[in-house]
Ligand binder design. Sequence first.
Ligand code: PEP
Length: 260
Amino acid sequence: MRAALLVANWKMHGTLGEARALATSVRDGIKRPRGVEVVLCPPFTALPAVAEVLAGSPIGLGAQNCHWEVTGAFTGEVSPAMLADLGCRLVIVGHSERRQHFGEIDAQVNLKLRAALAHGLTPLLCVGESADERRQGLTFTVVEGQLRAGLGGVSPDDLGRCIVAYEPVWAIGTGVNATPTQASEVHGYLRGLLSELASKEIAETVRILYGGSVKPDNAGELCREPEIDGALVGGASLQAQAFLGIVRKAAARGGATPKE
Ligand code: PEP
C-alpha cells in the first residue's frame, strides 16, 4: 500500500512569527507519524524559518512554486536549486491558482516539473477541471491534457518520482469537496494514464492526492478510498488543530494512528 501523504499549502499566508508558530504546533502534534508522511509548504519568505522549526523532525519542507532556470535575470522568481539549497524536498507545480491568476500554461508547468526533478525535488503536479468543464462533461479530457503535458518528456523512472494531485477547481477554497466517488473515478483514470506513460508497476507506486476543501470531517471518507493516497490541503492547513485532525484521519486509513 502507498503511504498516505498530507501536503499543507499555506498559500500567501503567514508572517515569520505566524509561520514559526504554526510549524511548531504541527511538529509537536506529529512526533512519530505512522503510515503517513507530512510536508509543509509555506510561502518562500518563511522557508528558512520553517526549515529551522522542522529540523530533526519527520515533517518535510516544500515550496508552492518554482521557476525552471537555475539562475538568471528572472525578477521575482525562485529556482529549484535555491529551494533544494533551503532543504525543500517537494515543490508544487501547476496549482490552479497559478494557472488562473498568473496565466501559467501547461508548457511552463512541464518546464518547472522537469527542472524540479533535475534538482532532486519531488514535483507535485496539480490537475483539475473547472465547474464549467465538469458540467460540459470535459473532466477526463481536461485532466488528461494537463497530465500528459505536465509529464511530457519525463522518463518512466522519473515519472515514478512524481506525485499528482487531483484538485477540481470548483472544490478549492469553496467548502464543497468532491465526493469520494467523484474523486476516485478521476484518480483511477489518472492512474491508468500513468500506466500508459510509464508502466503499471511504476504507476502503482505514484501517489495521487486529492485536494479541494479537505477538512477533518471529510478527510476520513476521502482517504479511505483505495485510489486516494492523501491530500493537498489549503485553508484547513492554516489551523494546526484542523490539519492535525486531517493527518490523524489519513493515518487511520492504513490502520495506523500517529503517535502523539
Ligand atoms: C489548495 O490550495 O490546493 C486547496 C486544496 O485549497 P483548499 O483546501 O482551501 O480547498
